[in-house]
Write a protein that binds this ligand. Structure first.
Ligand SMILES: Nc1ncnc2c1ncn2[C@@H]1O[C@H](COP(=O)(O)OP(=O)(O)OP(=O)(O)O)[C@@H](O)[C@H]1O
Ligand SMILES: [Mg+2]
Length: 417
């Protein structure tokens, strides 16, 4: 699914802020556009939210203006109350949807889904819609870069479509290093030139890997991209969605304004964790933070990296602690991973290990538009569970990991989705 661009038209700043939060919180990734971006023609809005609550004539005039300039944009008229006359006038002015504020959630989500599928339909006739897949580490060294890079290489090799990896980690990003390439430009060059970043300019900034993967390398400045760059990062993802079919993001392991902009843009957010207590505890806190930030908790999926036969915390306990199903498991194989790292040749290109096979399975599911298959919990785990379960509960309470019911809300919703 491609990210939708939404514009909120209102003189009420608090309304603009709350409407942006409501738009961003759902399952469909939505980026918020500035009015300037639309009036200068830099961005075409997919959705426009028009406030007709206080000044209906001005609101209706805005709807007419937007409709005249953007024939295929979906316009939402947002009123204070359901007034049949106002509904009629809004529809005549060109609105597609009419809601009272705050909108009834189920009906509102349905309207957003309709807008997204209309947009997909329009894009499908032009080209395959772009998909943004973001990897985020529960802690440093969880394996985020290893997974993001190998996944990106597999998508580029087998997808046969334009694929780019964006390294958002400030200062210490290693995606280019893992790929054995020396980029001349970085994310920072894209951000600093965002207003003139077109297809040709972008091509100059991207480094190419022999798999066909393109790389927007990490900034070498520790404080950039920083809070001042969040708007440009959001715009960067909208530009990439027009030029690339698969966008992979190595988002590092801390949530700043730029990570948040990327989280909003992502169709899938893979949280990479390891089967140890600190990782599970951090993963739990990050899942909660994503939920608080309203960055579409339904898009979060959990990856368990570096599993071994004898785990102190088994997949079922991790699922229970996080309230999310583990979508994919990658085994621990230090020899294979470090040989790939030292040679600069991704393991998926040279190796026939179980780890390489798992990457192939994981990316085929992304290419088919399926969720990666959830692995069955190894049989051995059951034997371990009894004696260690009490110890695990002790550890969990010491580190303040709440053990939820095995099928908590997000996991259940996702399965039903
Ligand atoms: N499945 C695995 N089996 C064995 N070792 C692994 C595996 N995945 C990652 N590693 C090793 O773990 C270390 C950290 O991996 P990586 O750099 O991908 O993690 P990261 O989360 O991106 O770290 P950082 O926080 O520094 O960005 C590396 O030495 C890598 O070789
Ligand atoms: Mg990394």
């Amino acid at each position: 699914m491609a990210q939708l661009g939404a514009l909120v038209l209102s003189n009420d700043e608090e309304f603009r802020r709350r409407a942006s939060a409501v738009l961003r919180a759902g399952a469909v990734p939505i980026g918020i556009l500035e009015e300037r971006q639309v009036t200068t023609g830099a961005s075409e809005p997919d959705l426009v939210f028009v406030d007709v609550r206080v000044d209906a004539p001005a609101g209706l005039a805005s709807i007419e203006r937007v409709r005249a300039d953007h024939a295929s944009t979906i316009i939402f008229a947002i009123a204070g109350a359901t007034e049949p006359d106002l509904i009629l006038q809004a529809m005549r002015a060109g609105a597609n949807e009419f809601f009272t504020w705050p909108p009834e959630e189920e009906a509102f989500r349905g309207a957003i889904r309709r807008a997204a599928s209309r947009r997909e339909g329009a894009l499908a006739s032009a080209r395959q819609p772009s998909r943004t897949t973001l990897f985020f580490g529960a802690k440093g060294g969880a394996g985020t870069t290893t997974i993001a890079v190998n996944c990106a290489v597999e998508l580029a090799r087998h997808g046969g479509r334009p694929t780019v990896i964006v390294d958002l980690k400030p200062g210490l990003g290693e995606a280019a290093l893992f790929l054995g390439i020396r980029p001349r430009f970085s994310v920072l060059d894209a951000i600093e030139n965002i207003h003139r970043l077109d297809r040709e300019f972008l091509r100059e900034l991207l480094a190419r890997h022999k798999s066909g993967l393109e790389v927007l390398a990490a900034s070498d400045q520790f404080d950039r991209p920083g809070p001042q760059d969040a708007g440009a990062v959001e715009e960067l993802f909208r530009i990439l969605a027009r030029t690339h079919d698969h966008i992979i993001v190595d988002a590092g392991n801390s949530i700043g304004s730029c990570t948040l902009a990327a989280l909003y843009a992502a169709d899938s957010i893979f949280l990479v964790t390891n089967p140890d207590v600190p990782s599970v505890r951090n993963a739990q806190r990050l899942v909660e933070r994503v939920r608080q930030l309203g960055a579409g908790a339904e898009r979060v999926q959990v990856i368990l990296n570096r599993t071994a036969d004898h785990l102190l915390i088994g997949p079922k306990q991790i699922e229970a602690a996080l309230g999310y199903r583990i979508e994919h498991t990658f085994p621990s194989d230090y020899a294979v991973v470090s040989a790939a790292l030292n040679s600069g040749v991704p393991l998926t290109m040279t190796n026939h290990s179980e780890l390489a096979a798992q990457f192939s399975r994981f990316t085929s599911a992304i290419l088919d538009g399926r969720e990666p298959p959830a692995p069955a919990a190894p049989e051995k785990k059951r034997a371990f569970r009894g004696p260690l379960y009490g110890a695990l509960r002790g550890l969990c309470s010491r580190y303040r990991i709440a053990v939820l019911g095995a099928h908590s809300a997000p996991a259940r919703e996702r399965r039903g989705a």
